[in-house]
Structure formats: C-alpha cells, structure tokens
Design a protein around this ligand. Sequence first.
Ligand SMILES: Nc1ncnc2c1ncn2[C@@H]1O[C@H](COP(=O)(O)OP(=O)(O)OP(=O)(O)O)[C@@H](O)[C@H]1O
Ligand SMILES: [Mg+2]
Length: 253
Amino acid sequence: MPTLEKPKKRDMLKIDDIHVYRGRTYVLQGVSLEVGRREIVALIGANGAGKTTLLRTISGLLRPKKGKILFQPDSQSQEIDISGASPEQIVQLGISHCPEGRGIFSRLSVLENLMIGAYLRKNRNEILDDYNSICRVFPILKEREDQAAGSLSGGEQEMLAIGRALMSRPELLILDEPSLGLGPIVVESLFQVLSEINSRGVTILLVEQNAIMALDLAHRAYVLETGRVVLYGTSGELAGNEDVQKAYLGGIV
Ligand SMILES: Nc1ncnc2c1ncn2[C@@H]1O[C@H](COP(=O)(O)OP(=O)(O)OP(=O)(O)O)[C@@H](O)[C@H]1O
Ligand SMILES: [Mg+2]
C-alpha cells in the first residue's frame, strides 16, 4: 500500500556515509549528517576528532574514499553530488568555507582580502552591493579597508574572514572554529553577527570547541568522536545530555 508521507523539508546538505583518509590515517570513518535550509547546525568534538577534515571534504579540498555529499542550492530542483567537484565549482554552487586559522593574507589590505572572496564572480554591481552590506554588518572593515589585514586584531581578522566568505554570496556558510583565540566579549558579538547572517537567509554549519556558545546559537548539533558521529539532536537535547555536559560543557549548565 502506498504511504502518504508529508514531503520532508528539503535539506540543503546531506552527507551520506563518507570515509576520508589523510595520508594513511583513516580519519572520517563513515560520517552522515544533514543540514536543513536556513538552519544553523553545530559540530562539536575533541581535538583530532575530524571536524576540520569534514569541512575540508565538503568544500572539495579533500576527497572521500567512499560516500556521497549531496548539496541542493535554492536554484536547483535536484540534489547534486559534490563529492568529486573542485573547490571552485563548490564555491560557485553556493558553499563558502571560513577556514580554521582564518587564512587572511596579512600583507594585503582589508579590501583586497574581501575581494578575493568574490574572485569567481563577474557582476560588478552585485559585488559592490554585497561589499556594502558586509560593511554594514562589520563597520570596522569599512573603516580599515585600506589597512594591511595583518594589522587587525584577532577579532577583526575573524570578521574579515567571515566577510570574505560572504563575498561569494553563499547559501551555505561553513565556519571552522571562529571563536579560537578570541576573548568572550568579541565571541559574543561574533555569534550575534552569525545569527543575523542566518536570519538573512544563509544556512550555517559551524565547527566549535566553544560548545556552550555553539549550542546556544545552533538549532541542532552533532558530536564527532574519532571520525564518527556519536550523538546528534536539537541543541537543547545535547545541552541537557549528561555525557555532553561532562565532556564539552565543563560539567556545568
Ligand atoms: N595533513 C594531514 N596528514 C595526516 N593526518 C592528518 C593531517 N591533518 C590532520 N590529520 C589527522 O587527522 C585527524 C583529524 O584531524 P582534524 O584536523 O580534522 O581534527 P579536528 O577535529 O579539526 O581537530 P582540532 O579540534 O584540533 O582542530 C587527526 O588525527 C590529525 O592528526
Ligand atoms: Mg580543526
């Protein structure tokens, strides 16, 4: 008998059982996860769990040995398997990666760094529109646009890295430890900006060691341990989970 299931909300990203090696190290040992449209999903896990490896695989910098990465931008009626696509193709489809350590070009100006984020785009007016709206979100970048990026503070450099990632006009923004090395007040304001970016329609996949902040911001979260997803659920469910509290929330909450 046919079942009358409600059509499920279309996921934006579906990772299906990916296995990834780095050199001879078997890092991702069958990881599956989903990110819904307009969702903020956090990925938490200890050092070396494979979080960066997962993000680098999504953005085409690493290839899975096995498994699929299905991405469906708003403009497409079908999912596209991007597991064999190049990083440039993936950016053009609508995924932008704000890397661990930020990857800022310190001798280039703030403006030049931002424009690197738009290098695959051609429409000058749209690029300028996006530049102006990023400067509204991060006014400090406008103030410092001619300054060498290396002279910015850590928090400002993180804003620059996020701004640069937004210059490709992504539908999905993936961020690798944006809070690393930043003080609590700066982190607080960065996370507010991420929430604002999301409310403007950008889906976010966020890797964070700061699990308290990440669970506060995200709708759902996954816990990765030694290359496997060991737990997932809504942020509230994970924040209330005893194992998560012990391992990632310092036993409090
Ligand atoms: N270039 C590489 N060659 C070989 N092994 C690597 C390489 N990069 C990372 N690894 C190994 O892959 C595993 C996962 O690393 P990954 O950087 O993805 O972890 P992570 O969860 O992002 O950790 P962290 O929280 O420290 O950023 C680790 O055991 C690491 O030593
Ligand atoms: Mg990492």
